[in-house]
Ligand binder design. Structure first.
Ligand code: PLP
Length: 392
């Protein structure tokens, strides 16, 4: 790489601040505290920078390579994930995942959850067709099965919990087994958020986020990010972004940082509401099954309690009445928003198998509920009413 392809002038990140994550989300990524300075970072809208001759270290050149409005967000996310170098922001979560897949050579082998986000699975299938990559889909909750699939693998890409089945992986064991075998590891930390788990602490090489979800938190921006465990991996991800042009707009990154400021409050509220709703749904006459790791008999309960902070705010609900019953619940809610995506301040729900591309092992009648920050009693009344009227 020449200096024109790859500006490496990224500021250092204090990764051991001693501050709680709830403080880091508020305090990190602020402008220098000098008299008259703004409290919030400015948005710089400029595609190019004044320059001539050879670019010096730290000089901005062209906004596809680097632009200062990315930095506060990238530093804050890095501090949350415990990385010693800035995150790399991308134009979407999928652009970030594409960057992770770029580490897989033609003819390589990828191990990933059979219930990963459906577009991640689609990307992997496309890679299989285009580049002869072997895709091994595993049940990430089954540690022996995952470890057995690692032989000869180039990449283990884990989601934990998975989308939408909420399977929980034994992350430290899987990451250690991968390291022993020289397998690169990446964890999609979208569902857990860095407040729920920090995969780098368990030995992951890369962490990927759909920032669109909890981190930005307001369903008003599409954004992604990769956080790397080493400077070498980070600069390769950064180089990929520059070469492929998968860059976020400055305003989107600024909005994401504004959303990130309230992450701890939002997560605390939505997790508490999700656990309460799960507890009530478990006894609801119109619910055949409810999945939330907070429930003591949930398959993910023990691991989540042991490995993560909090139980998350996604619920899996299978109403009685099959797929039609589930569709009737979606049609019956007035407060919950029928929509795809998750992690916004507003509660939303959808039947996942409405998408022809969703894995066939996801039950036809599974509703994925994303619990937001509204009053929990209002959420309960609306959902309870829709469940009862779906029964007819
Ligand atoms: N990873 C997970 C777990 C997701 O749920 C999603 C989107 O739903 C993505 C990645 C892709 O993110 P984006 O929609 O920001 O491209």
């Amino acid at each position: 790489m020449t200096s024109h392809d790859q500006p490496d002038a990224v500021p250092p990140v204090p990764h051991d601040t001693g501050l709680s994550p709830a403080t880091v989300v508020v305090a990190a990524g602020r402008p220098e505290r000098v008299q008259g300075a703004p409290v919030n970072p400015p948005v710089v809208l400029s595609s190019t920078y004044v320059s001539q001759g050879v670019q010096q270290q730290g000089e901005m050149l062209y906004a596809r390579m680097d632009t200062e409005t990315w930095h506060p967000f990238e530093e804050t996310l890095a501090a949350l994930e415990g990385a010693g170098r800035p995150a790399v922001a991308f134009s979407s979560g999928m652009a970030a995942i594409a960057a992770v897949f770029s580490f897989v050579p033609a003819g390589g082998v990828v191990v990933l959850p059979r219930h990963a986000y459906q577009v991640t699975l689609g990307f992997a299938d496309d890679l299989a067709q285009r580049a002869g990559v072997e895709i091994r889909r595993v049940d990430v909750a089954d540690t022996d099965q995952v470890v057995a699939a690692l032989d000869g693998a180039s990449l283990l890409l884990v989601e934990s919990p998975t989308n939408p089945m909420l399977e929980v992986a034994d992350l430290p064991v899987l990451l250690a087994a991968s390291r022993e075998r020289g397998v690169l590891t990446a964890v999609d930390n979208t569902f857990a958020t860095p407040l729920g788990q920090r995969p780098l602490d368990h030995g992951a090489d890369l962490v990927v986020h759909s920032v669109t979800k909890y981190l930005a938190g307001h369903s008003d921006v599409v954004l992604g990010a990769v956080v790397a465990a080493t400077d070498d991996l980070a600069s390769r991800v950064r180089a990929y972004r520059t070469l492929h042009g998968a860059i976020p707009g400055p305003f989107e990154v600024w909005l994401a940082l504004r959303g990130l400021r309230t992450l701890a409050l939002r997560v605390e509220r939505s997790q508490a509401s999700a656990a309460e709703l799960a507890r009530r749904l478990a006894h609801h006459p119109d619910v055949a099954e409810v999945r939330h790791p907070s429930l003591p008999d949930d398959p993910g309960h023990e691991r989540t309690a042991r490995l993560m902070t909090g139980f998350g705010s996604i619920l899996g609900v299978r109403p009685v009445g099959g797929a039609d019953g589930a569709d009737a619940v979606v049609a019956g809610v007035r407060l919950w928003v029928p929509a795809t995506s998750l992690g916004g301040v507003e509660s939303s729900l959808e039947r996942r198998r409405r998408f022809a591309t969703e894995s066939v092992t996801v039950p036809e009648d599974l509703l994925r509920l994303s619990v937001g920050i509204e009053d929990v009693e209002d959420l309960w009344r609306d959902l309870d009413g829709a469940l009862r009227s779906a029964r007819g």
